[in-house]
Design a protein around this ligand. Structure first.
Ligand code: MN3
Length: 335
């Protein structure tokens, strides 16, 4: 019996330690469609090898390379924004992971969809016409020598720009020649097209326009354009909520619950005003109102149960509030 308990504990310890390690690593999200969903523009075999071998390989090598950086942030964007602090293995594989995750999401089975009105307008303003935009992106993709990516990005000033990067670099890297938020990326590595198109990169580029997920690209365009700053300037109460959250969240994380304890009443008052006071008309949608209600209810519940919470539970509860808050903020940016 004693032996059995001992071996059970050993197994439990092993499972727990595996879980701890797995949590610290990056993982590959499932492909949002079947391997053959983009036929006949991109063939199933290419998709399968690309996703399950190439992308999976970047994720595994990224996790291995990050073992040398135990304090690396959990956010891939933060790693990319400080990429010069890392070695080449992290650079190539963090880029590879981010780029392919974006790529799978901006593709979708052919459906004849087009950019939304907001993106259409921006394309016309920044490129003259959709045809010019297409020609420019095709040119960037076809003239990228060797392996790399062609991008449609939103610059810091909010303009649409086309650019390209070598290898697995991307415009989020701090040392990129042209920087901005990528909303569409075309993989021009031979592994993305060689089985079907061999050396004819141009044919692959012509075909890929049939399987662009324009609703996803349009969504990313809105998120890149409508900064949090815009939302906060428009909706003062949400800004006030954010200010308190910002001032109390980090001390709480470090085990200091005094700031949130002091602000708790005020915090709830501001949360309630999110619902009570008239919100800006642009944000007065069913979705935003529902998300706001979830946030306000959670904040009230947090205050009610606060006295019974241990410091680590305060951190966990603040995490929940933080997520609810970001749901509201993102919905405002997407309205
Ligand atoms: Mn690739």
């Amino acid at each position: 019996m004693k032996k059995l308990i001992k071996s059970t504990l050993l197994v439990l310890a092993m499972v727990t330690s595996t879980l701890t390690v797995a949590q610290a690593q990056f993982t590959q999200a499932p492909l949002p469609y079947a391997y053959d969903a983009l036929e006949s523009y991109i063939d199933a075999q290419t998709m399968e090898i690309h996703y399950s071998k190439h992308h999976a390989g970047y994720v595994a090598k990224l996790n291995a390379a990050l073992e040398a950086y135990p304090d690396a942030p959990k956010s891939i964007n933060q790693i990319l924004a400080n990429i010069t602090k890392y070695n080449t293995a992290v650079r190539n594989n963090a880029g590879g992971h981010f780029n392919h995750t974006l790529f799978w999401n901006i593709l979708a089975p052919a459906s004849g969809q087009t950019p939304d009105a907001f993106l259409t307008e921006a394309i016309q303003a920044d490129f003259g016409s959709f045809e010019n935009f297409q020609a420019e992106l095709n040119k960037a993709a076809s003239t990228r020598f060797g392996s790399g990516w062609a991008w449609l990005i939103v610059s810091k000033e909010g303009k649409l720009i086309i650019c390209s990067t070598p290898n697995q670099d991307n415009p989020l890297m701090e040392d990129a020649e042209v920087k901005g938020t990528p909303i569409l990326g075309i993989d021009v590595w031979e592994h993305a097209y060689y089985l079907k198109y061999q050396n004819k990169r141009g044919d692959y580029l012509n075909a890929i326009w049939n399987v662009i997920n324009w609703s996803e690209v349009s969504k990313r365009h809105k998120l890149a354009k409508r900064s949090s700053k815009f939302v906060f300037e428009t909706w003062k109460q949400l800004d006030a909520f954010h200010t308190i959250m910002d001032a109390t969240y980090h001390p709480t994380e470090e085990g200091n619950v005094e700031p949130i304890k002091k602000e708790l009443k005020n915090f709830v008052k501001i949360a309630e005003s999110l619902q009570k006071e008239k919100k800006p008309e642009v944000f007065n949608t069913l979705e935003i109102n529902e998300a706001t209600k979830v946030l306000v209810d959670a904040t009230k519940k947090f205050q009610k149960g606060f006295k019974k919470l241990k410091p680590e539970q305060v951190v966990a509860e603040m995490d929940v509030l933080h997520n609810h808050f970001h749901k509201v903020l993102d919905l405002c940016r997407l309205y």
